[in-house]
Design a binder for this molecule. Structure first.
Ligand code: ADP
Ligand code: MG
Length: 697
């Protein structure tokens, strides 16, 4: 790990007392050695402006000037400002400081002392007109030119830190600088010299100085590159080791493809599997027949037919006398899965049950009894199946639908259910390949890249509410169902968004009064949610008014229209999921977006929805519009937290680090070579505690 001398304590730094210690603690900074590792979130160009004509965007402008005259004003109690005329090398600038005045003391005391005619100062501020000459400069920070620390704050590229209340950028810069300069040169270099040379990277100490106080844009780039690479290399090493560890486990049971269930299942389907489904089923079966446990991610756009694939895997397990678990993220979806099993497994000798909060205590006991005796083949439920009292007789396969909330640790705790079980994780949020490798590096990935025949993507367009409701009515007359989705459940005091509850009342009383309306949102009790969903699937409502709760997995066969209100408030991935809820049986379908995009990004999202049908391309577009933050959010649970690197921006470094990690471990599988000692230490420090695994011995 890169570090500064351990002996230096935070209290030893200038200006650090008990209050500061507490504030720094909130940022996770507990020793002086933590400061250099606390990376800026941004950098501001504070090189001095040299003319009035430069457009001052986006950040504030920095000016070096001599004070000509200065004066404080206090027009009324509570409001005060301080004005100074400044002479710069290119003309006069009027600078203004705003302060909340106080009766207790003179808020301008310091300014009156420092900003005096003749003083040589730096000011950092924003100009109203965008051009410096056009208006006054509203000062954010100022420094006396002869202040020895001024050079940290102005006249250069300046770091901006993520801070907590009470701390200022100025203070932070000064203590980071002090920590960097007082410590014996940060010594520990975690990367082997050969790698630094091969990739042309800065040494650790240089990179840390460069990332906080870069001498030039180029130095900043090189510093970030080095730190990002180091972080990514650690991640790649961790994934490889994790995989290696998983592959090293023998699961101690074997499958045989008997087909006494698989064949009748296929025959009853009523459709041919797509080529993609066949290929993916083979990939999964090959994995299941391996001696080490499967950990596979199945990605496929909404409607690509993941359920049939999952059922095939479950049936293979059952053919071999084992049990399977089928887990969904919500109870509503678990209920839906149960329905799906009924539909697909009818007439097959397969016993399945759902364990949800709907079950009474007695029923729950009964199900657990059957499960423990092996009299249930497939148990459907939510992550509650991971709870302690759920004991299977011989669980061998777990299928997890919609992996969003399913991180490395969830995988581990599931594994403990059956000592070594096969795991199939399904997601409808496709992740571009490079990203998938970095976010789910321990998973093998299968992709359903083909839609069942006849499935036409919903025709998507923006329109007015009136038009949308007209289409809903029209379709209802033809016996088709529809959804109207709202961003929130309930009206908020400011009512800036339409809510499902309020609009349900309005629609039922007015525009849609001739139709049968159902209401579904997350605040309903579980039983109620399941009931509404079931009734909608059975065709007892024409229109379901809902929140984005219907986004995942809900499968109402007859639904053909999806109306989304305040569509500008939904992310691309959500919009695409929602639109996947209609046209499930190949009927032509429509998605109608109602909304008033306030930002350019929102407008581009809606435009992308009209233009792009394919889920993978939607995901790529999403990435372009929003960056990887959201996707990293998916991989939460602290599986992957990157401070320096950005998987999208640093795609090139991702590739380097992956190749290097493979090479390093192929030569030195246990990182025992002294040249790799720094790497090993950094790796253990970053991941051992969090991922709870690997053993480098
Ligand atoms: P998802 O991948 O979104 O979970 P589903 O598994 O729910 O998709 O499948 C969507 C619909 O397509 C279901 O009604 C399913 O029965 C149907 N389906 C799946 N595979 C095929 C196929 N090969 N041919 C025709 N219809 C299919
Ligand atoms: Mg599904």
């Amino acid at each position: 790990m890169i570090g500064v001398a351990r002996e230096l304590r935070l209290e030893d730094l200038d200006g650090v007392g008990p209050r500061r210690l507490e504030e720094l603690d909130r940022l996770g900074i507990r020793a002086a050695a933590d400061l250099p590792l606390y990376l800026p979130r941004d950098w501001q160009d504070r090189r001095p402006v040299e003319s009035f004509d430069v457009p001052l965007s986006p950040g504030p402008a920095t000016v070096r000037a001599r004070v000509v005259r200065a004066r404080a004003f206090a027009p009324r109690p509570g409001l005060g400002f301080f004005k100074a005329s400044l002479e710069t090398g290119f003309g006069r600038v009027e600078a203004v400081w705003f302060k909340r005045s106080s009766r207790a003391y003179d808020v301008f005391a310091r300014l009156k002392k420092e900003i005096v005619p003749g003083a040589d100062i730096w000011v950092v501020g924003r100009s109203e007109g965008g051009l410096l000459g056009a208006g006054e400069l509203h000062v954010e920070e100022h420094y006396l030119a002869d202040d020895p620390k001024a050079g940290l704050h102005v006249g250069r590229l300046v770091p901006i830190y993520p801070l907590t209340e009470g701390l200022t950028q100025r203070f932070m810069r000064e203590i980071v600088f002090e920590a960097l300069s007082r410590a014996a040169v940060p010594s520990a270099e975690s990367l082997p010299a050969s790698l630094l040379e091969k990739r042309g990277l800065l040494a650790a100490s240089q990179a840390l100085r460069g990332v906080h106080f870069p001498g030039s844009a180029e130095e900043l780039r090189a510093a970030r590159e080095r730190l990002s690479y180091e972080e990514l290399l650690s991640l790649e090493l961790a994934w490889i080791l994790k995989r290696r560890q998983a592959k090293g486990v023998a699961k101690g049971f074997a499958y045989e493809i008997k087909k006494n269930l698989l064949t009748p299942f296929r025959e009853r389907l009523g459709f041919e599997l797509t080529r993609a489904q066949k290929r993916v089923i083979n990939e999964i079966f090959d994995d299941m027949r391996e001696s080490s446990p499967m950990t596979r991610l199945l990605q496929g756009d909404v409607g690509s037919g993941k359920t049939v694939v999952a059922l095939s895997a479950l049936l293979l397990a059952i053919e071999n006398g084992f049990q399977g678990a089928f887990m969904a993220p919500t109870e509503v979806l678990a209920e839906q899965h149960l329905e799906t099993l009924r539909r697909f497994l009818e007439g097959l000798p397969v016993r399945f049950e759902a364990l949800t909060s709907r079950a009474t205590a007695a029923r729950r006991r009964q199900i657990l009894g059957l499960l423990g005796r092996g009299e249930i083949d497939i148990l459907v439920g939510t992550h509650a199946l991971l709870e302690g009292d759920v004991r299977f007789k011989n669980l061998r396969l777990a299928v997890v639908d919609e992996q969003h909330r399913f991180g490395v640790r969830q995988r581990a705790s599931l594994r403990q259910k059956g000592e070594t079980i096969d795991l199939l994780i399904m997601t409808a949020t496709p992740i571009p390949r490079t990203l998938a490798l970095s976010l789910y590096g321990d998973l093998d990935v299968s992709t359903l890249d083909e839609m069942p025949p006849g499935r036409v993507p919903a025709d998507t367009s923006r329109c007015s509410e009136e038009q949308a409701l007209g289409i809903l009515l029209e379709e209802a007359r033809r016996g088709r169902q529809g959804y109207v989705v709202f961003p929130v459940i309930e009206d908020s005091p400011r009512r800036e968004l339409r809510s499902a509850k309020a609009e349900f009342v309005r629609l039922a009383a007015g525009p849609l009064r001739d139709l049968r309306l159902g209401l579904l949102h997350g605040a309903l009790p579980g039983i109620e949610k399941a009931r509404v969903m079931r009734e909608f699937s059975e065709g007892r409502y024409d229109v379901l008014v809902a929140t984005s709760i219907v986004e995942v997995g809900v499968d109402a066969p007859n639904a053909a229209v999806m109306v989304i209100e305040n569509a500008e408030r939904f992310g691309l991935a959500s919009l695409h999921q929602l639109r996947g809820r209609v046209g499930r049986r190949g009927q032509s379908s429509r998605c109608l977006l109602i909304g008033d995009p306030q930002s350019e990004e929102a407008a581009r999202r809606l435009e992308a929805m009209e233009r792009i049908k394919d889920g993978f391309r939607i995901a790529e577009e999403d990435l372009k519009l929003r960056g990887p933050g959201e996707l990293l959010g998916i991989a939460q649970h602290g599986d992957v937290t990157l401070r320096a690197a950005d998987i999208v921006r640093d795609a090139g470094l991702v590739a380097w680090s992956r190749a290097d990690a493979e090479e390093i471990l192929s030569r030195d599988p246990h990182l025992a070579d002294p040249a790799n000692a720094g790497l090993k230490e950094a790796l253990l420090k970053r991941y051992q505690g969090r991922w709870n695994w690997f053993d480098l011995a």
